[in-house]
Design a protein around this ligand. Structure first.
Ligand SMILES: Nc1ncnc2c1ncn2[C@@H]1O[C@H](COP(=O)(O)OP(=O)(O)OP(=O)(O)O)[C@@H](O)[C@H]1O
Ligand SMILES: [Mg+2]
Length: 248
């Protein structure tokens, strides 16, 4: 039995069958209602995410945009079940996150939610292929070399499998990070400023990879970004100001 069939019997077939066009009718993966996250500091309370209502459907490619400090990363972390919510409600894959225990959140994340960060976070002494293979080892569902190669192929980097991160361009490193995120999940990809450290040429390679994963593989993707061009490539932009969604 493969790792895919073990955890998600029908996931891949479902994901592939839903393109962006039909996203409106597709299953709701994330539903936030009045979602609020406040940080209690000694001198003040910072409301980073303020009463956000949001629905994300399978197969969507959505950008979160807004000024620095508007709550994009915080919202992405909440959607990714990395942080607890203060009030309101949030369900992810049909699961009420506000009542789920830490173990349940870890399981939910591990199987289905992949993260990509601005600064790649690749291990410098491991090859591209090994970086892709590593997270599933931690998740106790190791993937084989051929599965990891398949993920590198999906991001167009099969020929760079044996390169160390320092032997890759910035865009290639970010695409390895995307492949690595897909190794532990292929339902929902959350990317925080995926082109934040890249020049325009390297950014193009990341745009292409994300667009292809969404359009061809039906992957649901949410990016937090300042990059207007990336925003324009997504199917929908959610604009945040001071933690609140600006009506479009
Ligand atoms: N752990 C924390 N403790 C206290 N305040 C925090 C914490 N994390 C974020 N904040 C505050 O919450 C607000 C939203 O931060 P967040 O990182 O979500 O913004 P952002 O839109 O991602 O900004 P940027 O574009 O600069 O990445 C900011 O005012 C920030 O200072
Ligand atoms: Mg941020």
């Amino acid at each position: 039995m493969t790792r895919e069939t073990e955890h998600h019997p029908s996931r891949d077939a479902d994901d592939r069958s839903v393109g962006r066009a039909s996203a409106r009718e597709a299953e709701v993966l994330v539903r936030a209602s009045g979602l609020t996250k406040a940080y209690e500091l000694p001198a003040e309370t910072v409301v980073a995410v303020n009463a956000v209502d949001l629905e994300l459907r399978r197969g969507e490619f959505v950008s979160l945009m807004g000024p620095s400090g508007s709550g994009k990363t915080t919202l992405l972390d909440l959607i990714g079940c990395l942080d607890s919510i203060t009030s309101g409600s949030l369900s992810v894959f049909g699961r009420d996150v506000s009542t789920a225990g830490e173990n349940q959140l870890v399981r939910l994340r591990r199987g289905r939610i992949g993260f990509v960060f601005q600064d790649f976070l690749l291990l410098p002494e491991l090859t591209a292929l090994e970086n892709v293979q590593l997270p599933p080892v931690f998740a106790r569902s190791p993937i084989g070399r051929s599965e990891a190669m398949g993920l590198l192929r999906r991001v167009g980097l099969e020929a760079r499998a044996s390169h160390l991160p320092r032997e890759l361009s910035g865009g290639e490193r970010q695409r390895v990070a995307i492949a690595r995120a897909l190794a532990t999940s292929s339902s929902l990809l959350l990317a925080d400023e995926p082109t934040g450290n890249l020049d325009s040429r390297n950014s193009e390679a990341v745009y292409d990879t994300l667009s292809r994963l969404n359009e061809e593989d039906g992957l649901t993707i949410v990016v937090a970004t300042h990059d207007e061009r990336l925003g324009s490539l997504t199917g929908r932009t959610v604009r945040l100001v001071d933690g609140s969604v600006v009506p479009s």
